[in-house]
Design a protein around this ligand. Structure first.
Ligand SMILES: *Cc1c(COP(=O)(O)O)cnc(C)c1O
Length: 413
């Protein structure tokens, strides 16, 4: 079989036949932009400003404090958790929304260490997102005799790290933020459990990007943010998954009143709530939660198998169209090992990403040398993938990225 290069017309045909195409209209995307950074900050759903305004003007402005009961404010961490649960393959009572990913990493890692007394090693990933490494370091400093052991991307390294039998908990990202490599959640969880360790999964780059099966995999804990593929807006509250079998025994350290069994008993002693609610701490940003609610309304209508199929088709297409440019793909070619992004390596990645942005193609750069392009099937078309690849090819061919103004580093890259 010979393969002919994909044309822009081929892409337009694929868009016409795409069952997810109708979702694009639900997002407010600026004209003239191909947005390949939805893995960093998702796009704005059109329904979000209205929902946020309603919470501000009606629920807060008019109904004031009554909204804690009448608008369901008090239960938002649970109702939003239940709405999010199908996206991660969890029971409605196993997910709560609140705080940020970094804080939730702290809570779940401490809880896991306490569930596994006698073991004091935390296994992490050397290439993980910095906050995962930093929080791990902070947690380890709190437990006498605790230490960190870092592993690479492969399960063989993980097996070796677990071998001594001293590991309390393993913290793994399902999709690596830099390379886009996808881990086999079920296999890694089974491996950890076989060695007596618990697992905390970081789902920041997988939730909303691919189907996730936490319960089926037997995961213990998971955390994730909602402002990336889930499109809930900058600083939107994160989520925590607590497997039902740990509900009665897990103890997290930020024992605030929202995690209390009887928050309005106003007693002097902390008694953890039954269930995942014990992972809550204090009052939540309910205006931001309204934006998450609006985005979850979209996700409730989305078929995740379809998202996965389109995501792989788009990343395949982008890899095909950028082959031979001298950029080295770091994202695995194998579908089973690929998340929803394409990462390409080039020593001058930063100015290339800036030159592309000037042409309206928004990707990002992750030090030291990775150009990162996220593919979000709900609002991207195949023609966008085509145009982005064509722009990248042209930026490299013309060498326009060499203009000095592209090498001025912004605060956020
Ligand atoms: C984006 C991301 C985070 C973000 O943490 P915040 O507390 O929301 O800033 C954490 N971990 C990973 C793996 C991420 O990709």
């Amino acid at each position: 079989m010979t393969t002919t290069p994909t044309t822009r017309d081929d892409c337009a045909e694929r868009d016409a036949a795409d069952p997810l195409a109708r979702f694009r209209d639900e997002f407010a995307l600026p004209d003239g932009i191909v947005y390949l950074d939805g893995n960093s900050l998702g796009a704005l759903p059109r329904a979000t400003p209205g929902r946020v305004a309603d919470v501000v003007e009606r629920e807060w402005g008019r109904h004031l404090v009554a909204s804690w009961n009448d608008a369901g404010w008090w239960d938002k961490p649970r109702t939003l958790g239940a709405a999010l649960a199908p996206l991660v393959g969890a029971g409605a009572d196993e997910v709560v929304v609140g705080d940020g990913t970094s804080a939730n990493l702290f809570k779940t890692l401490v809880a896991a260490l306490r569930l596994n007394p006698g073991r004091r090693v935390v296994v992490g990933e050397e290439g993980n997102f910095p906050t995962d490494l930093y929080i791990t370091q902070g947690v380890v400093e709190l437990f006498e005799g605790a230490s960190t052991r870092l592993v690479g991307e492969d399960d063989a390294g993980l097996a070796a790290a677990l071998e001594p039998g001293d590991v309390a908990v393993v913290l793994l990202s399902q999709v690596d933020y830099r390379t886009g490599a996808l881990r086999d959640m079920a296999a890694a969880t089974e491996l950890a459990h076989a060695h007596g360790a618990l697992v905390v999964w970081d789902l920041c780059h997988s939730v909303g990007a691919l189907p996730i099966a936490l319960s089926e995999a037997g995961a213990d804990f998971a955390v994730g943010c909602t402002y990336k593929y889930l499109n809930a807006g900058p600083g939107a509250p994160a989520f925590t998954y607590v497997a039902r079998r740990h509900h009665a025994t897990a103890r997290q350290p930020l024992t605030g009143w929202h995690g209390h069994a009887e928050p309005f008993g106003f007693t002097g002693e902390y008694v953890p709530a039954p269930g995942a609610s014990r992972f809550l701490s204090g009052s939540q940003p309910l205006v931001a939660a309204a934006a998450l609610e609006a985005s979850l309304d979209i996700w409730a209508r989305v078929d995740m198998a379809g998202v996965r199929a389109k995501s792989l088709a788009m990343t395949d297409l982008f890899l095909e169209l950028t082959a031979g440019t001298g950029l080295e793909p770091v994202t695995p070619a194998e579908h089973a090992r690929r998340g929803s992004q394409v990462s390409l390596r080039h020593p001058d990645g930063y100015p290339i990403v800036r030159a592309l942005a000037e042409r309206g193609v928004i990707g990002d750069f992750r030090a030291p040398d990775v150009l990162r392009f996220g593919f979000t099937p709900l609002y991207l078309r195949y023609v966008d993938v085509y145009d982005a690849a064509a722009a990248l090819v042209d930026v490299l061919k013309t060498g326009e990225w060499r203009e000095p103004r592209f090498d001025v580093r912004a605060q956020v890259t």
